[in-house]
Design a binder for this molecule. Structure first.
Ligand code: ADP
Ligand code: ZN
Length: 625
């Protein structure tokens, strides 16, 4: 499994020629990983770390962070030590590297002592290129002493935002990582994260003592992800239609807020012929781990999950991420949707949201622990998320702006593809707000949105009659809009801060800004509610087509044959399908139809090791064998 020569050029040796870093890095990229060229900042980062510099790398999910430390680890003498909190995924990472012929191992608490001793011995004997370590192991003096006795090429600190106490992924053990610099001042460190906000960045630099590190900040745009946000009516039905129309047979992640809705949604999908597994904190560890493993290994499984799922999942071919409930913040939304399309292939971030989401999130904030300042912070997060939902301009531009980056209208979000109309909602807003005001005046108590809409529509239902609300001046003044449209008005007024919602029953109240609309002639612009959910912006695709996107129709059968071969091979070896080959590699094979091992080796993602291991078999599949 080991390549004959893992370190082609020791460029850190005195007397190595200038520019040798990049030549050696290129060679490793081509020979081991099977790629022709580095992407974006990768080349510069790799060169910087090879020559011994510290680096802080901010790159979106799928941007290619792993190569930034894997290539230097292979070029520099010694073992690259990777600190990662994701112990459940270490085995897969090691498997993926082994498939490339890279010698990798890990140390974490899930191992038996004798397994651990084997890895330690390999490390000391210089038989590893990469060693994955759980952060808590570094706190043990025995681990530090082990590292002292071997040769460390570099430290990579993956998911570096875990050091941030404000982020949702805080790991106390990460605070101890400042010791790396004190104890091994000559070993270069590279910290990597996909969390973009400035505050997190500053915390990483301070807590990991990376003040002198070079910073590499990539664009956070994910051009292959299509962003869509639609009004929610029946979330499960809408989800089913979406999957059937656009991503049948593809792997996807569906996020729900509660465990209960996770279970229900997974069951609903299964009943309707879409294989799905649930994932939430209420399941026992075994079931959870098993469901995660199935998701990683099987082609085309859907996982329905609470946000507890997904960090570090590096399955490259997740074709869609769906939100059935509103995320709490734009950061969360970005992280979660970012799990789609790491392989750079077309993918969809799809969400439905409605008035109840706003009410529910508001309630969570009201009942949250912590002081007023903390609640205020949560409210600001929610406001930014609502603004993204209600925007009439490009979603991507707004998303990037949130992270301090600029962009142009993208042509690949619902706002760009089917520009929403806006309308003058001033009169509608006045009607709604005066109804809220009147109920407050006349009763000394307040009512939820549904009741107020009924009044505006002039519905003589029992509750209206019970409170004599059919006698109000505002009764029946809103028949020009439909029920769903009124709910849209309420939702947008909430998003714009022109209404507020409180308490367990979603009671509506006026804000200071409401007064401006009611009495000072302030204009209100609203986004028009579509008659029904917007049509899929990309044309509906045939089954499995998502994975086959961009293939000529004539090549699809061959691609499917290659996928079948890959599935069988992966199963035989007990590894995820993508460890054998990525979709993008299979697609290129199906298109170029290489006739020899040499031609096959020129395809992206096929390095020496994979060529030797699978080359003949792939050529047989191509020959129709
Ligand atoms: P991240 O860790 O930043 O989310 P990965 O390191 O998993 O991203 O890389 C994402 C995908 O891009 C992987 O499928 C990887 O093989 C591919 N990739 C990364 N760098 C290159 C490159 N230079 N050329 C071709 N593919 C690349
Ligand atoms: Zn756009």
């Amino acid at each position: 499994m080991n390549p004959p020569e893992a370190h082609p050029v020791d460029v850190t040796r005195p007397g190595a020629p200038a520019g040798a870093e990049s030549a050696a890095a290129q060679e490793v990229l081509r020979r081991v990983f099977g790629y022709d060229s580095f992407r974006g900042d990768q080349a510069e980062i790799v060169e910087h770390v090879i020559s011994g510099g510290d680096a802080l790398v901010l790159m979106p999910t799928g941007g290619g962070k792993s190569l930034c430390y894997q290539v230097p680890a292979l070029v520099r003498p010694g073992v690259g030590v990777v600190v990662s909190p994701l112990i459940a995924l270490m085995q897969d990472q090691v498997d993926a590297l082994s498939a490339l012929g890279v010698r990798a191992g890990f140390l974490n608490s899930t191992q038996f002592p004798d397994e651990r001793r084997t890895v330690e011995a390999q490390f000391l004997a210089g038989e590893l290129d990469l060693l994955y370590l759980a952060p808590e192991r570094l706190r043990l003096e025995s681990t530090a002493a082990l590292l002292d006795r071997g040769k460390v090429a570099l430290f990579a600190i993956d998911e570096a935002h875990c050091v941030s106490q404000w982020g949702h992924d805080f790991r106390p053990d990460y605070l101890g990582l400042s010791m790396l610099h004190e104890r091994w001042p000559d070993v270069p460190r590279i910290a990597l994260t996909a969390t973009a906000t400035e505050k997190t960045r500053d915390e990483i630099i301070e807590r990991l003592d990376l003040g002198g590190a070079r910073r590499f900040v990539a664009s956070f745009d994910r051009p292959n992800i299509q962003y869509r946000i639609e009004p929610k009516n029946r979330a499960d039905r809408q989800l089913l239609e979406f999957i059937r129309a656009e991503h049948p047979g593809a792997a996807g992640i569906v996020y729900c807020l509660s465990r209960n809705s996770v279970e229900k949604t997974a069951a609903f999908l299964n009943e309707n012929g879409i294989s799905a597994v649930p994932y939430h904190a209420g399941l026992d560890n075994r079931t959870r781990a098993a469901n995660q493993a199935r998701f990683l290994r099987e082609d085309g499984l859907v996982v329905v999950a609470t946000i507890a799922f997904g960090m570090g999942i590096d399955k490259p071919d997740v074709r869609f991420v769906a939100h059935l409930d509103l995320p709490k913040s734009v950061e969360g939304y970005y992280q979660e949707t970012g799990r789609a399309g790491r392989d750079g292939q077309p993918s969809t971030a799809w969400m439905v949201y409605g008035l109840n989401d706003v009410v529910q999130q508001r309630r969570l904030i009201d009942s949250s622990e912590g002081d007023a300042a903390h609640r205020r912070q949560l409210q600001l997060h929610l406001d930014a998320m609502l603004a993204l939902c209600e925007t009439v301009t490009c979603r991507r531009t707004q998303l990037l702006a949130y992270f301090g980056q600029t962009g142009q209208s993208c042509g690949n979000c619902d706002s760009c593809l089917t520009p929403p109309e806006s309308w003058d909602g001033t009169v509608a807003a006045q009607k709604m707000l005066s109804a809220v005001l009147r109920l407050k005046r006349e009763r000394g108590q307040s009512f939820g949105a549904g009741h107020i809409v009924d009044i505006l529509l002039g519905k003589q239902n029992p509750k209206v009659l019970q409170y004599d609300h059919h006698e109000l001046k505002v009764f029946g003044i809103g028949t020009d809009l439909r029920d769903t449209e009124w709910r849209g008005v309420v939702r947008q007024l909430l998003a714009q801060g022109l209404l507020a919602v409180h308490g367990d029953y979603g009671v509506l109240t006026l804000t200071e800004a409401s007064q401006e609309v009611l009495f000072d002639g302030r204009q209100v612009r609203l986004r028009r509610e579509p008659e029904r959910a917007a049509k899929p912006a990309r044309s509906a695709k045939s089954s499995k087509a998502a994975a086959a996107a961009d293939l000529a129709a004539a090549d699809v059968p061959l691609f499917e044959k290659l996928r079948e071969w890959r599935g069988a091979t992966a199963k035989e070896q007990g590894v995820p399908a993508y460890v054998v080959f990525h979709d993008a590699t299979l697609r290129e094979i199906a298109t170029r139809k290489p006739a020899s091992l040499a031609q096959l080796g020129a395809i992206g993602g096929i390095g020496e090791n994979k060529l030797a291991k699978y080359g003949e078999q792939v050529l047989e599949v191509l020959a129709g064998g």
